[in-house]
Design a protein around this ligand. Structure first.
Ligand code: TZP
Ligand code: MG
Length: 210
């Protein structure tokens, strides 16, 4: 995939936004978000038909603005919607299985934090990896301890040349550190979705990345 598309990778579910999720997404894109992941998880997450409708509405906004729409974890939903991509964690379905089920055009992203996991992801045909948590976060209930931007430098020093985004606790004050460590982009939830002005939040974050 195109590395530039990962520069400011916004993630959100209907349960992570301060305002209306569709408005937050629209404003975030207007502020400069380059990629979006629909991640409907945790307390208060929608399920079934409501989840699907929320995904469709967000996909429509992404399409209108030419922003890739990636679905977290739910391969059936990604296929049903003909999403641009799917993101899976280490505990989810294997990349090989995902690749078999999904059309070639689909972007496949994987969470990987060690050189081993990243090398495996690279070998199995992942298009990008997400590494974190970079810093402490309260957004993901089962998030592990922060591993810091140094973990990305370690991937690079060990020959991982896949596109990489850092994730977890990233905000405008620490985003440039993640890029300097070797990431192609940053992935954020709350620093955009919970801000009272998501457009400005996205813009200020993006200013730190280039
Ligand atoms: N994976 C690792 S940390 C995290 C995920 C999904 C949560 C990131 O949320 P925030 O609000 O940007 O810290
Ligand atoms: Mg997962």
């Amino acid at each position: 995939m195109n590395r530039e598309q990962l520069l400011l990778y916004f993630i959100m579910g209907t349960n992570n936004s301060a305002g209306s999720p569709l408005r937050v997404l629209t404003n975030a894109i207007e502020g400069g978000v380059t990629c979006f992941q629909f991640r409907e998880k945790g307390q208060g997450a929608l399920e079934g038909a409501e989840k699907e409708q929320a995904a469709r509405d967000m996909q429509a906004i992404c399409r209108k603005h030419g922003v890739p729409f990636i679905v977290n974890d739910d391969i059936e939903l990604a296929l049903e919607l003909q999403a641009d991509g799917i993101h899976v964690g280490q505990d989810d379905e294997s990349i090989e299985a995902v690749r078999k089920k999904c059309p070639d055009y689909m972007i496949v992203g994987v969470s990987a934090k060690t050189v081993n996991e990243a090398a495996q992801a690279q070998k199995q045909g992942a298009d990008y990896i997400g590494t974190g948590p970079m810093f402490s976060t309260t957004t993901k209930a089962d998030a592990k301890s922060p591993i810091g931007p140094g973990a990305i430098t370690e991937l690079r020093e060990n020959g991982i040349d896949l596109p990489v985004v850092g994730i977890g606790g990233i905000k405008k004050e620490n985003a440039s550190e993640v890029i300097r460590a070797g990431a192609d982009g940053v992935s954020v939830i709350s620093s955009i979705s919970m801000d009272e002005d998501p457009k400005q939040a996205a813009r200020l974050l993006k200013n730190q990345l280039t």
